[in-house]
Design a binder for this molecule. Structure first.
Ligand code: NDP
Ligand SMILES: CC(C)=CCC[C@@H](C)[C@H]1CC[C@H]2C3=C(CC[C@]12C)[C@@]1(C)CCC(=O)C[C@@H]1CC3
Length: 332
């Protein structure tokens, strides 16, 4: 039997994260799974469903709210108590708060040459909103990016070493340098917090490789494509999506990123976990594509990221992390 490996999945209780958890248990023999979720009862329901499909599986729950700095420090301490070494760290939890759909733009772009771009990135089709957390941080930044950065920093002692650790981020095709400004990493000014946070994720992944590859830690980002999940059901009701799914399936003739289900969307995440980490490209995003007949496959896409953004973002995240670390020490 292969030696036991440990996988931590943030947001592993639903959507892409839950399907990923299920597929990891199937793909890796003898895997110990940690569901790092913000809600105890939703996490327990996920654990029960995984135990039904994988009787005897070793699954633990750690309560983690990535938007809350204290919760991340506490969760990291709990994870370190449970495991000496982490082999896979899936940074999957994420939010995309939306206040409305720009229907006029949806229809004009579907009927234009921009159709494929619009359906694969959602650019310009949604009105995004954001709020401020009790830590005084922008919520989308805190949830999607900074909470995960703290997790990496706090877990560093359990990563890499004799065998490699893979950090795998659920990023997005929406990530764009157009909406990311390193001097405003939280996206205080601007109306595209989601795109900014996901581009920040891609930049951070490159920075982690530069700092931690020598320790055996490898980081990669993934685009799952458009997937029906809590996120998309938060934009439009489920009956509406059911109504337009035949149209989206037809659109697969020209757009290959319409994954639709969480099985397809989790394909690059599972695929990466089966690769030799050292052989992967640290500056490519591993994207899910689907054939017209619904067969998923993974294609790397080169990311154009400047060294200046890589270094500046990492240093700024580190400064913010150290500020909070100091505060938590004082409160002890
Ligand atoms: N759906 C799509 O089309 C795409 C999704 N993605 C990305 O995939 C990832 C998973 O999203 P998806 O499965 O689609 O959507 P879901 O809303 O179904 O899943 C999101 C998961 O993240 C968890 N989560 C949200 N906020 C926090 C928090 N503050 N702390 C801890 N966990 C949190 C949710 O927990 P809870 O159940 O408690 O809400 C849930 O488990 C996200 O990062 C998203 O950005 C990327 C591209 C496309
Ligand atoms: C008739 C029709 C196609 C209606 C749906 C319009 C939009 C609500 C969707 C079209 C492309 C979608 C999309 C996303 C959300 C929903 C759309 C804008 C994402 C932004 C979801 C989160 C991501 O990370 C990327 C997705 C890109 C495509």
């Amino acid at each position: 039997m292969s030696p036991a490996k440990v996988a931590v999945v943030t947001g592993g209780n639903s959507g892409i994260g839950l399907t990923l958890a299920e597929r990891l248990l199937t793909a890796h023999q003898n895997l110990q799974l940690c569901l790092a979720c913000r809600n105890q009862s939703r996490a327990e329901a996920a654990k029960r469903s995984l135990e039904l499909s994988h009787p005897g599986a070793k699954i633990s729950i750690v309560i983690l709210d990535t938007s809350n700095v204290n919760s991340v420090f506490q969760a990291a301490a709990k994870i370190k108590e449970k495991y000496d070494k982490i082999d896979y760290l899936f940074m999957n939890a994420g939010i995309m708060p939306v206040s409305r759909v720009h229907w006029k733009k949806v229809f004009t772009s579907i009927l234009s040459r921009d159709c494929a771009h619009a359906l694969s990135t959602g650019e310009g089709l949604l009105q995004h909103v954001d709020e401020t957390t009790s830590d005084g941080l922008k919520k989308v930044f805190a949830t999607n990016l900074f909470g995960h950065f703290i997790l990496v920093r706090e877990l560093e002692d359990c990563l890499g070493g004799d065998t490699t650790t893979q950090i795998i981020w659920t990023s997005s095709k929406s990530a764009s340098d157009k909406y990311f400004h390193v001097e405003d990493m939280q996206h205080v000014i601007g109306t595209e917090p989601y795109s900014s946070s996901k581009y920040g994720t891609d930049v951070l992944s490159v920075a982690i490789n530069e700092r931690l590859n020598k320790k055996g830690v490898y980081s990669h980002t993934v685009s799952p494509g458009l997937v029906m999940s809590g996120m998309t059901y938060g934009i439009l009701s489920d009956w509406f999506w059911t109504l337009i799914i035949p149209f989206l399936l037809l659109m697969r003739l020209i757009v290959s990123t319409l994954s639709i289900n969480t099985y397809n969307g989790s394909e690059p995440l599972v695929w990466l976990s089966k690769q030799k980490a050292e052989s992967l490209d640290p500056r490519s995003k591993y994207c899910c594509h689907v054939t017209f007949w619904g067969i998923p496959y993974v294609q790397p896409a080169k990311m154009d990221i400047s060294d200046e953004d890589v270094n500046q973002l990492y240093n700024q995240l580190e400064d913010l992390y150290l500020t909070f670390k100091e505060k938590t020490k004082q409160h002890k």
